[in-house]
Design a protein around this ligand. Sequence first.
Ligand code: HEC
Length: 155
Amino acid sequence: MKTFHVLPLLAAAIAAFAGPSLAAGNKDEMKAASKVSMRSEDAKPHFKPTGKPVSAARGEAIFLDHCALCHGVQGKGDGPRSAFFVPGGQYIPDMTIAQVLAGRDKELIENIREGLHRFPEPSYVMPQFKYILSDEEIRSVLAYVKTLPARAAKK
Ligand code: HEC
């Protein structure tokens, strides 16, 4: 009856292998998630610094992956997700207008990190990116976003 001894071992091995993402990991993740608030003052980026320099070029790829869905490829606020916006009730900035972003780096980084919901329902929520992007990635994507007015002007 060797198989009966092997099976639990095999199951244990699989559990150990998949551990952090499945089984026990899930409970810990849920515990951690329940402690997360939208705007905690001392929130730190989830990811360790990548050590890479801030770069608008890297920011472009990040923008297309994570932001264009709502903000649109050019940043006008006309991404595919905007098809679901409530007409008239939904606010998303036109980031091709330089004044929208000028001189607000610190605040913008904070808002990309923490998410943003300035206006009451049915206004649309900007998700928080601190668990998705590293500090450098957030700075790189902002560096790219700030090139959007010049890019739009060229077209
Ligand atoms: C699910 C849709 C969605 C996604 C994805 C999204 N945003 Fe936003 N973003 C919004 C909305 C909506 C607002 C306006 C929120 C408000 O002011 O209430 C906004 C606002 C902003 C602002 C202006 C903030 C300010 O303080 O004026 C910046 C900058 C910005 N987003 C950058 C980004 C970047 C960079 C990404 C990708 C990493 C991103 N957004 C992804 C929906 C989104």
